[in-house]
Design a protein around this ligand. Sequence first.
Ligand SMILES: [Zn+2]
Length: 85
Amino acid sequence: MIYLKCSKVIDRISDIIDGQASLFVRMRFYGHLMICKNCRRYFNQFKTVHELAGKVSSDDLPPDFDHVMAFVMDEIEKQDEKKDV
Ligand SMILES: [Zn+2]
């Protein structure tokens, strides 16, 4: 299950950026980003600020990134199925 509320996502952004969030939290977080344009934009801005501050490097994907994306794609397919009903 991905985060449904934008406020939950906003709460987690600094944990995600800092690499403090668990795999489970990251899955829920990125799942929301895939379906929510507003949070995606907010997250990108937040990330850019941190990159400029030298805290993260943009090409440094987490080792479990593939797992997270697979989970996210599953969740999106489920959402699409629900829409069809
Ligand atoms: Zn959102």
